[in-house]
Design a binder for this molecule. Sequence first.
Ligand SMILES: [Zn+2]
Length: 206
Amino acid sequence: MRAPETSKRLFVATGAYSCGKTTTLRHLAATRGYRVHGEAHRRVLDELGARTHGHPPDAPFRPIDAPDHVCPLCRKREFAARVLETQKAIEASANDGDWLERGYLDPVEYYLRTSGEAAYPWPPGEPAFERYALVFLFAVMPELQAPRWGRSSEARGDEAERINQRLGALYRAAGFEVVDVGPGTVEERAELLVSRARLDGTARGA
Ligand SMILES: [Zn+2]
């Protein structure tokens, strides 16, 4: 049985923290006029506002047990569900040829990493997400990894490598074509993205 043809081609940029996704997508929007959708995780954090606050940025994590507090680490399952709902809304509002910062397997990777579980506990009847045309996996650039949460830049770079390996594995296991975006300047990476996206359009049209 053939998979149904998707109604629109959406391109996803994924990768660990500080790999240059946001900068490259902003560059694509500014220099080539593409429509870019910011990541669902960030949108949920913004919507929850003060309900996520309370963790000092320069100290190791300690859980906050307060009824109103809903941060990604203290309420892992609830936060992941919110991000996935927001991801669906973003994909529903996106047009053919748009770019998404992160896809639906990014919050799943986050959940698996922070919870230690082996699989995401999808509720029954979870609606499908879009079949992304291509998934671009941004390589870790160690010089972009700044110390944070009480961890050195080297430790964060090592974690970013592990995150990238899992992201690539998750998207490939779900049947997506994953394109590796190596280190480079913003313009070099932007050019790789648009040239691969154009090739994908040509292949489909042929
Ligand atoms: Zn918290």
